[in-house]
Design a binder for this molecule. Structure first.
Ligand code: SF4
Length: 246
């Protein structure tokens, strides 16, 4: 069975985006922010924390801290207490302050839009930089977070496990105009339907575009037949061959 070509994978990627747009018309970044600086702080707080909890904390935090100077103008212990509910508050408080200091030293207190400038900020990696560029500046960018990584693999759009390599794979098969929306759709579909441990394949609107459309379908539900796989899906080496349908 031939491997799926880049062209076919690209076609499938576009269909996935189109279908998920209809399924999740409300898909957007779940973090609440009013400026690139607020999104930068929210992204630092989002490490190992839910977006909902971050929004609860920043709803109060951004009333008290409006600019980099504000985060540097209070005792460290006060900032730690203000962000404590997000977890890992000591590391996060230090990271926020280091970032604020770098913004003041190198960018007049403004968050830069360029990728290289963002990556030079303390604690800012490709995921954070790309989410910022896409959502705060409207630049085409693929921020590979946990949902984008997991669903890209599950949908057979990338075989890599390294987020940077997954990003490179996605840039080859998705048009630039779809990059930001694709990430939002992966996040929403990953939270609502394609759950990590129990994906709801039976109600999934992109099952016909997925290599694993019967991940949660039992043998009896399939009337004793093995799960059909799309013709483009190449079975991994060493996997047991499927039984023939009668
Ligand atoms: S068919 Fe199942 S595994 Fe595939 S994307 Fe849908 S929920 Fe996820």
């Amino acid at each position: 069975m031939p491997a799926e070509s880049v062209v076919k994978k690209s076609e499938r990627g576009r269909k996935i985006v189109a279908s998920l747009r209809r399924a999740h018309p409300d898909a957007r970044l779940a973090l609440t922010f009013r400026s690139p600086f607020e999104l930068l702080v929210a992204l630092i707080l989002a490490a190992q924390c839910t977006d909902q909890k971050v929004n609860e904390v920043t709803g109060v935090l951004f009333g008290k801290y409006r600019a980099p100077e504000d985060f540097l103008g209070v005792p460290l212990a006060e900032l730690e207490a203000d962000i404590r509910p997000t977890g890992f508050f000591r590391q996060k408080a230090k990271a926020i302050r280091a970032c604020c200091q770098a913004l003041l030293d190198r960018h007049a207190g403004e968050v830069p839009a360029r990728l290289d400038a963002l990556l030079s900020l303390p604690g800012v990696g490709r995921k954070t930089a790309n989410i910022l560029r896409g959502n705060a500046f409207g630049e085409p960018a693929l921020g590979v977070d946990t949902h984008v990584l997991r669903l890209s693999q599950r949908l057979g759009l990338s075989r890599n496990t390294d987020p940077d390599k997954v990003e490179a794979d996605l840039t080859r098969i998705l048009p630039r105009a779809h990059w930001i929306r694709f990430c939002h759709l992966m996040q929403f579909h990953g939270r609502r339907v394609c759950l990590a441990r129990a994906p709801k394949c039976g109600t999934c609107t992109i099952a016909v575009l997925c290599p694993y459309p019967h991940k949660t379908t039992t043998q009896s539900q399939r009337h004793g037949r093995p799960a059909p796989r799309p013709v483009w899906f190449r079975r991994r080496a060493g996997a047991r061959p499927a039984r023939r349908s009668r």
